[in-house]
Design a protein around this ligand. Structure first.
Ligand code: CUA
Length: 262
């Protein structure tokens, strides 16, 4: 059969295009690691988020030497936690769920991007090699505040990264003859031990104590101050560990405005 030369060129061109289309579609479907959000991960009804041990307290957790997990909750019109903080040279698996409507979790300038569907948990593993700051935005229209729905992802230099939390339990008031007890609990979210110095200030008195908190553990330090030495009245206190600071005020004696610690 004789095929005209131009006819042949058009045929070859058409074949090249068809093969090209198939290759690009296959690459897009398989090669980029794009997957559907589905219920291979356990589903999580929005009403159960507050009872779920991963999402009730949205946070970043260390699970291996350079491996972290981030539990993120999207809702109108915020992301929790915010900012999300992770170290450089790490592999972070994001678990993202929604409390209300469909959102997205999109890390600007990267290919980290997922729909966040109420009832489902979206999972993505991302490697961060360099320190940096990224915006996190929602790109699914979710209501009147959609355009304001943004968060931040901070990748810290590896040696500056901590997962330290400080909580202080302090009385609002004590009787004049009693001691003031400030109970500081330091939480270490990293797997390695944490050596820190706890600094406290109340009235004119200052305290310093070196504390070692075991990996994935917590340590409670109690600071006791004689109420009589402080004297009657209001006394401000501050307790700090690393970058974490808590402060408050305690009243010694029955001040009209602060005596009742109901
Ligand atoms: Cu959330 Cu748009």
């Amino acid at each position: 059969m004789k095929i005209h030369q131009y006819e042949r060129l058009w045929l070859i061109g058409a074949m090249v295009l068809i093969v090209g289309f198939i290759v690009t579609i296959t690459y897009g479907a398989v090669g980029l690691g794009i997957t559907m959000v589905d219920d291979r991960e356990a589903t999580l009804p929005p009403d159960d988020i507050d009872d779920d041990e991963r999402f009730a307290d949205p946070r970043v957790e260390q699970v291996g030497e350079d491996e972290y997990e981030a539990y993120v909750v999207a809702m109108t019109f915020i992301f929790q936690p915010n900012p999300i903080e992770v170290p450089a040279n790490s592999e972070v698996t994001f678990y993202v769920t929604s409390r209300d409507v469909i959102h997205s979790f999109t890390v600007v300038g990267t290919n980290t991007n997922t729909m966040v569907i109420p009832g489902e948990v979206s999972v993505m593993t991302v490697e961060f090699d360099e320190p940096g700051e990224y915006g996190v935005v929602c790109n699914e229209y979710c209501g009147s505040g959609h355009h304001d729905m943004e968060g931040e992802l901070i990748v810290h230099p590896e040696d500056e990264f901590t997962l330290t939390e400080l909580a202080v339990d302090a009385p609002e008031s004590v009787a004049p003859g009693d001691d003031v007890e400030l109970e500081a609990t330091i939480d270490n979210g990293l797997l390695e031990d944490l050596d820190v110095t706890l600094e406290a200030e109340i009235g004119d008195e200052t305290f310093e104590e070196d504390v070692t908190v075991a990996g994935d553990g917590s340590e409670t330090v109690t600071i006791t101050v004689d109420g009589e030495e402080l004297g009657e009245g209001d006394h401000d206190w501050t307790i700090s560990v690393d970058d974490e600071t808590e402060s408050g005020s305690v009243t010694v004696g029955d001040e009209e405005d602060g005596g009742d610690d109901s």
